[in-house]
Design a protein around this ligand. Structure first.
Ligand SMILES: [Cu+2]
Length: 346
């Protein structure tokens, strides 16, 4: 029996007997009723009744976004500039982050005991201009020690790892991370407490965009997409895959764009437990800017690969209307949630 089938069989067995998945004290719980449960491709010959649009596997129903306190559709564009002030000629962006333990309904009927920044997965998308100051007041309101480790250039004390500066921020404690936003590009932040994969996979990560001083070339729409996985039973294997927190979200809720619009996607890979992730765009090609640190694209393609913490900017335009898929071309990931649609209209 291969790993893929055993994972899915586990989930099907768990869903068949509504109760606590995994049995461990901290594992995910099934809530609601069986009608709201996700349906899964069991592999082999039993999947025909489970097909969604385009022959992809999907879910029945939606999670309760209101109860979760965030909606992946809104997260596409909720760039957070913080509280913006001027100090000695420098623009300062002040953020308040709180680490919160929170039950989040990540699949219909399945609540995951997440660790979050500000109650959401991913955390807020931090955005500033090259040379601005980032000042982030961090408070640990959870039951575990955490940090915030930023990618980008900064001092040792502000690196957000155990032993550097304040090191681990203990429950109830506070620390202010402060540094200049550099270099321009697309970056990320995440907790750097150990075990690292667990702290990240529980939800402590987000995107960090540094705009060039003179701005990016003009586009019509900008979206942020943070790819990750969901390990429901804490066996260090992903059970679902997603963009912006909720598996299958953009399959059920296509992203509306127009023919001829220039689209820019800030794409970040925060996937743990699997080596690689990917992004494939249907019926189109995109220009790709790895890490967003150059204004000249490195590639004109329809599929790119990212390992953990790799990220890049995609730019494209649709010439014709239609419902166009985008998804991981690791097909298993797509079938387990990492799939979506652009709804392109005139
Ligand atoms: Cu942590």
């Amino acid at each position: 029996m291969n790993k893929k089938i055993s994972r899915r069989d586990f989930l099907k067995a768990a869903l068949a007997s509504i109760g606590t998945i995994g049995g461990a004290a901290a594992s995910a719980k099934l809530v609601g009723n069986a009608n709201a449960a996700p349906f899964l491709d069991g592999g082999g010959d039993k999947h025909n009744e489970m097909m969604g649009p385009h022959g992809m596997v999907g879910v029945n129903g939606e999670v309760d976004h209101e109860a979760n306190g965030f909606n992946p559709t809104d997260m596409l564009t909720d760039f957070d500039y913080g509280e913006v002030t001027q100090e000695n000629g420098q623009t300062v962006h002040t953020y308040n982050f709180v680490a919160v333990d929170k039950l989040i309904e990540m699949m219909p009927g399945i609540e995951f005991p997440a660790w979050t920044y500000n109650g959401r997965i991913p955390g807020p998308t931090i955005r500033a201009t090259e040379g601005d100051r980032i000042r982030l007041n961090f408070q640990n309101g959870s039951e575990h020690p955490h940090t915030i480790h930023f990618h980008g250039i900064h001092s040792y004390e502000m690196d957000g790892v155990p032993g550097a500066g304040p090191g681990l921020i203990q429950p109830g404690e506070k620390f202010t991370y402060e540094f200049d936003a550099e270099p321009f590009g697309l970056h990320l932040y995440h907790c750097h407490a150990f075990p690292l994969a667990r702290h990240i996979a529980k939800g402590l990560y987000g995107a960090y965009i540094v705009d060039p001083k003179d701005g990016w070339p003009e586009v019509d729409r900008e979206f942020v997409m943070v790819m990750s996985g969901l390990d429901i039973d804490f066996d260090d294997e992903n059970d679902f895959y997603m963009v912006n927190g909720i598996p299958f979200h953009y399959q059920i809720n296509p992203i509306d764009i127009k023919v001829g619009e220039k689209i820019r996607i800030f794409l970040v890979n925060m996937l743990e437990f699997d080596l690689l992730n990917s992004f494939h765009l249907h019926a189109n090609f995109f220009h790709y800017y790895p890490t967003g640190t150059s204004l000249t694209p490195s590639e004109f393609t329809d599929t790119i690969l990212q390992t953990a913490a790799q990220r890049g900017i995609l730019e494209f335009t649709y010439k014709q209307p239609g419902l166009f898929m985008f998804h991981a071309h690791n097909t298993e990931f797509a079938e387990l949630g990492w799939t979506g649609n652009f709804n392109v209209t005139e």
